[in-house]
Design a protein around this ligand. Structure first.
Ligand code: OOG
Ligand code: NI
Length: 447
């Protein structure tokens, strides 16, 4: 998919080159970080893609997509309602779950389902629904191999290879639209996103996102490489201890598309949908930490809203940093206030200790037997996602929709429930604590 996308969107290849350069520079300047990544087996893949995104049109597409991702070990985590932010979709992210799976494959796909129910124009809603019902976004072989994998509990190597190349077809760009120029304009006038979902044969991957170690540096250097960054970096401000997720993107490109007119002739036109994004991840926050994050972000946006043209970007960054002062910026401080999730492990001293003197984590940490490392946030942020959507749909695209999160409906369409991200991180933290305590208790018993 990466090779296909670089080929289809050359600016994305340029972004990848910039990210690789910035990451190399960061690592050269920070041997400790380099060593840590090397030890945890992450160095080689550091600049590779961490996520991509697609937008689907119908419940049937969503439930089949879930089955296709399941063959690849990717499962729906989290529910994101974007109607509040003026985008008529709700979403989840398909991703590997669990440390070992994420280390092998850190890639996830942010997957949105169009909500025609939020479109006021009834005739348009019916027409869009009819167009979507007719298209088939999966190849017959992809469907067949998915069924085979479900029955057998997996695929052999030859089938797996065929599966990958067939599944790739679903994500491909189609420069011939599914609709007439008139229909495209009707859809586009209702909302750009509706035109993007309904007008094409498939849910083209609309961006891929490599991981960067210094998002501010990439943002600053994009113009030197001839790519136009969005106005601001979404998410928390620059900090010593990164939290959650920071993201920025380059603006979607206008691409040639042809539409089939009523008389069967093809007419030239254009469509803007595809872009490139970068991300930098920090610690996963507890519900308490997340509530504080949401409050501080809201507070900063009351002082200043980022303008789409970037004219107040410097002031916005300043207001954001100031608003975030109350959020502790040390791991110990974040831990003390129960704002983030940590993975606990025995120190070298803890591994050779004859016994833990206490069953209390704080005592064991104070004695130098147990250490803690931040658990990385592997999910997404709805306000940030809306910012990414908006900058790429055109800045006039924001519309008022009645906020109507409907997780139940989404899960019904998906055919399963989504994993709750907080429960998941808490489970990882608790397991790591249990492991430390058990190891120390055994040392005691063996004494
Ligand atoms: C998805 C936008 C959300 C992110 O990184 O938050 C997203 C889209 O534009 O389809 O990818
Ligand atoms: Ni994204």
């Amino acid at each position: 998919m990466s090779a296909m996308y670089r080929n289809e969107v050359p600016a994305y290849g340029t972004l990848m080159a910039l990210v690789t350069k910035v990451n190399a520079g960061t690592l050269a300047a920070d041997p400790t970080q380099r060593k840590r990544l090397e030890e945890t087996d992450q160095l080689e893949r550091i600049s590779q893609e961490r996520h991509g995104a697609i937008r689907l049109g119908t419940p049937q597409e969503l439930s089949m997509m879930r089955r296709v991702f399941a063959v690849m070990g990717m499962f729906p985590v989290g529910y994101y309602d974007l109607s509040t932010a003026g985008v008529p979709v709700h979403s989840t992210a398909f991703r590997p779950v669990g440390d070992a799976a994420l280390k092998r494959n850190p890639f996830r796909v942010f997957t949105s389902l169009l909500r025609l129910d939020l479109i006021a124009d009834e005739a348009l809603r019916a027409d869009a629904g009819a167009i979507l019902d007719k298209r088939r976004i999966f190849t017959a072989v992809a469907v067949e191999l998915t069924e085979k994998a479900e029955k057998q509990g997996g695929l052999d190597e030859a089938d797996a290879e065929r599966f990958v190349s067939e599944a790739l077809e679903t994500f491909r760009w189609h420069d011939r639209a599914n609709v007439s120029p008139a229909m495209y304009h009707r859809l586009h006038d209702a909302h750009r996103l509706i035109a993007d979902v309904v007008s094409f044969k498939g849910p083209h991957i609309n961006h891929l996102t490599p991981r960067t170690l210094d998002i501010d540096a990439v943002q600053a250097q994009m113009p030197d490489y001839g790519i136009a960054p969005k106005a601001i970096v979404e998410g928390p401000p620059t900090r010593d201890c990164p939290i959650l997720l920071r993201q920025t993107s380059f603006k979607a490109l206008e691409e040639p598309v042809s539409f089939e007119a009523e008389d069967g002739s093809w007419q030239e036109g254009s469509h803007t949908a595809r872009f490139g994004e970068i991300e930098q991840r920090g610690i996963a926050l507890t519900p308490k930490g997340r509530a504080l994050y949401d409050d501080l972000l809201n507070a900063s946006r009351k002082i200043i809203r980022p303008a789409a043209d970037g004219s107040n970007a410097v002031d916005y960054d300043k207001a954001l940093s100031e608003a975030f002062r109350p959020f502790p910026d040390s791991w110990a401080g974040i831990r003390a206030e129960d704002l983030g999730y940590f993975a606990y492990s025995l120190t070298a001293k803890g591994k050779t200790a004859k016994a833990g003197s206490s069953e209390h984590l704080d005592d064991l940490i104070a004695e130098g037997l147990v250490q803690f490392d931040p658990i990385v946030y592997e999910d997404f942020l709805p306000v940030s996602a809306a910012g990414i959507f908006q900058s790429n749909l055109g800045d006039d695209a924001a519309q008022e929709f009645t906020a109507s999160p409907n997780q139940q409906r989404f899960e019904q369409d998906l055919g399963t429930t989504v994993l709750n991200e907080f429960d998941h991180y808490q489970g990882i933290e608790e397991a790591s604590i249990a492991e430390c305590l058990t190891a120390l208790a055994h040392a005691e018993a063996a004494e």
